[in-house]
Design a protein around this ligand. Structure first.
Ligand SMILES: [Zn+2]
Length: 455
């Protein structure tokens, strides 16, 4: 960092000064040549297990600071210092069981429970198995003898199975297709290595994070229920699911009696909750915390489907990938198959549906408020842009069309009203011609929205 004046002329004196001022410094040694460096490296490796903290190697530094400055650095790596890592430490043991941990985001991580074994002076009884593919690829099974590796302070991992042909093995490990914390369905989406629990709103492993998200600023914006209160209320059983927030009034006396809660803060909280009983559709969708559905995507969905019931009905239909509803969903510009997969997995999970029904009974979710586009000639129309426009960028054109009440889609379908073809328009213009969709040249388009903007 910054210093007001040079601390020392050499690295060695620098460290001695730090010690004198009361800072803790790692053990170090001045070496005169490479041989001394390597012998200190070997000494340290031997003492490694007795150190009160984990190290994964050591660093050699040029002692003279003026030389350090002359040597300088390449990108972020100094040319006057180099790391020398210790080899990872390995040990053999028995894998007793494979358990699944569910993380705060719902990811299912397989973990090996091991017969405790000492690796580099540390007793290890658990090691990561990464994911389903890792287990399958190495054919890791319960009861196997395994080689594990521990490098520095990272979580130890199972490297491989030590095969013993004489030993009868347990059956192949089958990765669970449901969450072991809440029983909800787990899904593994295309292109991902991890299985995830889809019960975001009910899963105890995810509940606290989801509830914090639910009350966050872009969602229900309940300032009186900050992260700390959510954690405390959850622990005490006051809030288990988002809908419980709107039933807190039933526990009013409990809350008023809580430590640190005066009448004023309780009044404020209940008032804020009462106000949030009416919420916009886009905030509501965002609050659900569906993976990949941030504020922008929630807004796209709200805009496209207008009402909560309409959205839910459409998502139910879209569960069939051959349906028009599915095509309609992935055709929303900004929502691809991956995002759609997360939304549909969320909607399909019965526990989430219960929470949605529960919330629906407690709240008024307002339909999406479109801008006043009564006089716009493209209000409610679906527009697809293709090719380069001369007058504005694609982003501007899109924003302009949306501000006039149009939907902008990414690809041409029979639901498309206009295709706006700029220079070098390719396959989309061709497809439009095939489907009989009206194709506008840029100047026709500008004339159309020009009159719309003037109205
Ligand atoms: Zn779960």
């Amino acid at each position: 960092g910054e210093v007001s004046e040079p601390v020392a002329a050499t690295q060695w004196d620098f460290i001695q000064n730090l010690r004198r001022w009361g800072f803790q410094a790692n053990p170090s040694k001045r070496c005169k040549d490479l041989g001394q460096c390597l012998s200190y490296y070997r000494d340290t490796e031997e003492r490694r297990a007795t150190l009160p903290y984990d190290i994964d190697g050591m660093v050699y530094k040029v002692n003279r600071i003026d030389w350090q400055e002359r040597l300088g650095q390449v990108s972020r790596a100094p040319r006057w210092a180099i790391a020398h890592k210790f080899p990872a430490e390995k040990a053999q043991t028995i894998l007793n069981d494979i358990i699944i941990q569910v993380g705060r985001t719902g990811v299912l991580t397989p973990v090996a429970e091991l017969e405790p074994v000492t690796v580099g002076g540390v007793v290890v009884s658990r090691a990561t198995l990464h994911n389903q593919d890792y287990i399958a690829e190495k054919d890791i099974r319960k009861g196997d003898a395994v080689l594990i590796e521990r490098a520095g302070d990272v979580i130890p991992k199972v490297l491989e199975v030590i095969k013993d042909d004489a030993q009868k093995r347990s059956p192949k490990y089958v990765f669970p297709d449901h969450c072991l914390e809440c029983g909800c369905r787990a899904v593994r989406l295309a292109g991902e290595a991890a299985w995830r629990c889809t019960g975001g709103l009910v899963c105890p492993a995810q509940a606290v994070e989801r509830l914090k998200h639910f009350v966050s600023r872009g969602a229900f914006d309940l300032e009186g229920l900050g992260a700390k209160n959510i954690e405390a209320f959850w622990k005490d059983g006051l809030i288990k699911t988002p809908a419980d927030i709107f039933r807190l009034k039933d526990r009013e006396s409990d809350i008023r009696r809580r430590e640190g809660w005066g009448d004023k803060s309780a009044d404020n909280l209940f008032q804020a909750i009462a106000q949030r009983r009416t919420i916009s559709l886009e905030r509501f969708i965002y609050a659900l915390g569906v993976p990949q559905v941030g504020q922008a995507t929630a807004r796209l969905l709200a805009k496209h489907y207008s009402e909560l019931d309409g959205w839910r009905a459409a998502m139910d239909k879209a569960g069939d990938p051959d349906s028009d509803a599915y095509a309609d969903l992935i055709n929303i510009d900004g929502i691809g198959e991956s995002v759609a997969g997360d939304i549909l997995a969320f909607i399909k999970e019965g526990h989430n549906r219960e929470v949605l029904n529960d919330l629906n009974g407690l709240l008024t979710v307002e339909p999406f408020k479109a801008l006043d586009t009564a006089h716009s000639p493209i209000a409610g129309k679906t527009v697809v842009f293709t090719g380069a426009l001369a007058a504005m960028s694609r982003g501007e054109a899109k924003a302009r069309a949306e501000s006039l009440g149009a939907r902008v889609a990414g690809s041409v379908s029979k639901k498309t009203d206009f295709v706006v073809a700029g220079a070098d328009a390719g396959s989309k213009a061709k497809k439009a011609a095939e489907l009989g969709v009206k194709v506008l040249e840029e100047k026709e388009w500008l004339a159309l929205i020009g009159s719309g903007a003037a109205a």
